[in-house]
Design a protein around this ligand. Structure first.
Ligand code: C5P
Length: 318
């Protein structure tokens, strides 16, 4: 999809995320799990464009478009409608999503589009809401939406919606393995995690000091050794073929690997761009077959990249 904006259109860009650490605590009475997580935004981006229209609608283009709902359940559409309601507006928009973040891949692609819709509509409707006000709405829409507004690297607690900063300098190089055809449902992966744990008592989740210390220097080998995801075993239980992907990375000498969120995307950490190129070639040659994406993190959260006003020509803002 072109970034050229239509009359009075606003386009926002938003990254996907992985979790460098995902410690899953007990299941709460509302069905969610108490988490201690370290979110990390990576440079795989969706673009969401909002244009005034007679009725609410959403259309999706890009490699993963076929798996995105375009009815009233679409999370970006829900986000735009929720913002309109909160602002007391009745101004429908047509949303267009350029979908590059894998769908049902554990990278919060749906939540990312919701975050992008919030910032695009905030600009389109000239609401000028502070990030904190958008973050409150974002938390109602989904546990990962506040982080996708913020980006970078951050600690998430509660169900993931409460954020605190992480001191992290420099850049990490990632190679992502994305399943061509299989996705995992987040609720099913959490349910599988509960099933595997059985009746064992689950402690309150805490972020590990080791990873936080490693992030201060971005030492790749130490960060790689400290990656942890409590949902990984559940994702592997539902999709045993993922083990071959993780083993392929280990054989090719990665510094670390972790399933992204609820999976099935696998994130491999390497020390440089050159190592990322070598690894992508090795993974493609060795299989299992999947999309292989090289990227870096951390990157910024949802932001407006182009906007046009009713009175003037389109202006690029980023
Ligand atoms: O918040 P969100 O809608 O993204 O969550 C999707 C599903 O993931 C929830 O319905 C729940 O089953 C599961 N989840 C959870 N604990 C969390 C976050 C999500 O059990 N902290």
């Amino acid at each position: 999809m072109s970034l050229a904006v239509e009359s009075r259109g606003v386009t926002a860009r938003v990254p996907g995320k992985i979790n460098l650490e995902l410690v899953v605590g007990p299941r709460r009475s509302d069905g969610y799990h108490e988490l201690a997580t370290i979110f990390h935004a990576v440079g795989v981006h969706d673009h969401v464009t909002a244009v005034p229209s007679d009725e609410w609608s959403v259309q999706v283009a890009g490699p993963y478009a076929a798996r995105v709902p375009v009815d009233a359940t679409n999370l970006a559409l829900l986000a735009a409608r929720r913002l309109a309601e909160a602002a007391g507006l009745s101004e429908p928009v047509a949303l267009s999503i350029d979908k590059q973040i894998p769908v049902a891949g554990g990278m919060a692609g749906g939540s990312a589009d919701a975050a992008a819709a919030l910032v695009a509509c905030d600009t389109l409707w000239e609401l000028g809401l502070a990030r904190e006000e958008l973050v409150d709405l974002a938390g109602e829409l989904g546990s990962d939406v506040p982080f996708l507004l913020r980006g970078g690297t951050a600690i998430g607690s509660g169900r993931g919606e409460r954020l605190a900063p992480v001191l992290a300098r420099g850049e990490l190089h990632w190679v992502l393995w994305v399943s061509h055809d299989v996705g995992l449902s987040t609720p099913e992966v959490y349910a599988e995690c509960d099933r595997l744990r059985g009746k064992a008592a689950v402690p309150d989740p805490e972020p590990s000091g080791g990873l936080l210390a490693a992030l201060r220097t971005m030492d790749t080998v130490t960060v790689g050794g400290a990656l942890r995801n409590d949902l990984q075993e559940a994702a592997l239980s539902l999709l045993p073929e993922l083990r071959e992907v993780i083993d392929a990375g280990a054989d090719l000498g990665v510094d670390g690997s972790v399933v992204a969120g609820s999976g099935p995307t696998v994130a491999f950490l390497v020390g440089s761009q050159a190592a990322a190129i070598d690894l992508s070639v090795g993974l493609a040659a060795r299989g299992p077959q999947g999309d292989i994406k090289r990227t870096v993190g951390p990157v910024a959260g949802a932001q407006v990249v182009s906007a046009s006003s009713p009175s003037g020509p389109p202006t690029r803002t980023g």
